[in-house]
Design a protein around this ligand. Structure first.
Ligand code: ATP
Length: 219
């Protein structure tokens, strides 16, 4: 049977990922070549092992191919990050997520088969910038260079107490409303007759420029 998660590299990103997965009840194998890091996570991760992940025999002996998800959270050593991602894919791990330092690194990671590439510093920078310039955009997730998933708060009275059909975000802004967050609960795939109220948060998918247009109209 497949096991849950293996995290390679326990820097700030890999470390906080490990803690959060454990808190949510997942099993995590943590691997780092630095003994001090492993000692820190000994009592947190399900298993914590000192190992150099660039060594294929070591990865095989740890049974990496039996994991459903492997997260390569090695940052600075780009060569190691690429090699370990490649080996994990070659061993048949179905989901490999790798952390990229920059867009060139990300391109290579995708090319060699990473299923998912994350840029924590860049993504957080984008989120913080959007939060700083707009009080309506609460959250922002870049889906590609042009498209995003944005959470926009309904603060303009022109949008209050109207149905999604009346507001027609698709026609007017080219945006699709995938969910509405209201008083702590989420209405997924809302119907056209769903009414939008003051302070609802709309989760929309669309082009960045269209999200910005809606944000301007909301202000
Ligand atoms: P963060 O931003 O998440 O703190 P970082 O981008 O600075 O991390 P590094 O500190 O270079 O990344 O690497 C993260 C961790 O990965 C470190 O704890 C390091 O010891 C570990 N690591 C690096 N290379 C290997 C390797 N070949 N095998 C196992 N662990 C490794």
């Amino acid at each position: 049977m497949k096991q849950n998660f293996a995290i390679i590299g326990l820097g700030r990103f890999g470390g906080s990922l490990c803690e959060t997965l454990i808190e949510s009840g997942q099993e995590v194998l943590a691997i780092d070549r630095d003994e001090d890091r492993i000692n820190e996570y000994m009592n947190i991760a399900t298993h914590a092992v000192v190992a150099n992940a660039q060594d294929e025999m070591t990865l095989r002996s740890l049974g990496l191919r039996n994991f459903e998800h492997v997260i390569v959270a090695i940052g600075e050593d780009i060569q190691a990050s690429i090699l370990v991602t490649l080996m994990a894919k070659e061993m048949g791990v179905p989901n490999v997520t790798a952390k990229a330092q920059d867009s060139y690194h990300a391109k290579v990671l995708y090319k060699i088969g990473a299923d998912n590439v994350v840029h924590p510093e860049r993504d957080m920078g984008i989120k913080v910038a959007h939060n700083l310039v707009s009080k309506n955009i609460l959250d922002y997730l870049e889906l590609s260079d042009e498209y995003s998933l944005a959470e926009v708060k309904v603060t303009n009275r022109k949008f209050f107490d109207k149905s999604l059909a009346q507001l027609d975000f698709r026609q007017r802004f080219g945006l699709n409303v995938v969910a509405i967050r209201r008083e702590g609960h989420l209405i997924i795939s809302p119907m056209a007759d769903e009414i939008v109220f003051k302070d609802d948060c709309l989760l929309l998918i669309g082009a960045d420029e269209d999200v910005e247009r809606l944000d301007e109209k909301m202000s």
